[in-house]
Design a protein around this ligand. Structure first.
Ligand code: TRP
Length: 354
């Protein structure tokens, strides 16, 4: 029986943290038995933010080791590097002919990243028009690279070329997924074909998991500097958790829980046993809680989760032979589908042999 295709990718811009683990990796692992899964490392996407070449190369290897160490089984799921599938680059050129620069410029992620390139802060008061003016660069010599604008086209191609039905992604990627569906529909109706499948998000029918950071507010994120990385040493993890932001502590029974404490309990819900979480909730409610104990427990439970992963990451990083084999096999699977889709699209668009 043909399994439905699931595809997702991660940009190699640094090590993966607990947010990536609970938000993406652990979901990928759950999907690999029931679907035809393809997980890739989006190195071409990483180029849009001008990474240092050696850092890029090292990060690709890092993500690969992290995928494997987190439990993605290369016997079940194809793991590949985006640039190992040259068909993606060609289809990217072809699909761009049907994508409007206006719709790309209106994408939230483009506006965000373009601002960063131009050095415009989040709270700056520039209007949309002023920002557009700066992007055009009439009176500055800053440059927003064209690859950043066409980022959604490349992402759509990753998905459409594999004929993926499901794409497990975080909330921040939903707009890209919506664009992917729109591009697929537009292409199909323009040529009167049913070439591309409109992909859907995959969220297991539940709410998206929130993985809080250690700095008292918001979610864990690389740019927030509030992360625990899978590769972190137990000592580092303990130190980070012990330094996490807390509050004065409850003075009256059954007080509402402040955000920093709710965040620590939220992390605990992901990593500790339900009994442990309940014990600290009860202690909070009757004011007997000691944040030092809470943090110690949380640190140990995080270490218990991440330490085996960390050790596997390090073992895998030392085994180039194995990594090469995994990627060669993954690229083979990915290219089989990609070359088929590309050949069909070339035919449809009139790029034909004599
Ligand atoms: N844009 C995604 C991110 O930054 C990474 C990505 C690239 C991706 N291509 C994809 C995710 C295709 C899912 C499917 O997280």
């Amino acid at each position: 029986m043909n399994k439905e295709i699931v595809l997702s990718g991660i940009r190699p811009t640094g090590n993966l943290h607990l947010g990536n683990y609970f938000g993406a990796l652990s979901k990928f692992v759950r999907l690999q038995d029931d679907y035809d899964c393809r997980f890739f490392i989006a190195d071409l996407h990483a180029l849009t933010t001008n990474t240092d070449p050696d850092a890029l190369h090292a990060n690709v290897k890092g993500i690969l080791a992290e995928y494997l160490a987190a439990g993605i089984d290369p016997e079940k799921a194809a793991i590949f590097v985006q640039s190992d599938v040259p068909e993606i680059s060609e289809l990217y050129l072809l699909l761009n002919m049907h994508v409007g620069i206006g719709e790309l410029m209106r994408t939230a992620s483009f506006k965000d990243k373009a601002r960063k390139c131009l050095g415009i802060g989040k709270d700056a008061c520039e209007t949309e028009e002023e920002i557009e003016h700066q992007i055009i660069g009439a009176d500055n010599n800053k440059r927003v690279c064209a690859g950043l604008l066409t980022y959604p086209t490349l992402m759509a191609v990753d998905i459409l070329i594999q004929k993926a039905k499901y794409v497990p992604v975080g909330k921040d990627q939903l707009q890209h997924l919506e664009l992917t569906r729109r591009f697929a529909r537009r292409f199909n109706s323009f040529y009167g074909v049913e070439e591309f499948i409109e992909p859907e998000d995959f969220n297991f029918g539940g709410k998206p998991v929130k993985v809080p950071g250690l700095d008292g507010s918001g979610k864990m994120g690389k740019s927030e500097g509030n992360c625990i990385y899978l590769i972190d040493d137990p000592k580092v993890i303990r130190k980070k958790v012990m330094r996490a932001v807390t509050d004065q502590g409850p003075t009256e029974p059954n007080s509402p829980i402040s955000e920093p404490i709710a965040n620590l309990l939220g992390l605990m819900e992901l990593t500790s046993s339900p009994e442990t979480v309940q014990q600290f909730r009860d202690a909070y409610a009757d004011c007997s809680i000691r944040y030092g104990d809470l943090k110690k427990q949380l640190a140990e439970d995080i270490v218990a989760l991440t330490d085996p992963i960390r050790q596997r990451i390090n073992d895998i990083l030392a085994n180039d032979e194995y990594l090469r084999k995994v990627l060669a096999r993954g690229a083979e699977v990915a290219r089989e589908q990609a070359s088929k889709t590309l050949a069909e699209v070339r035919q449809i668009m009139g790029i034909r042999h004599f």
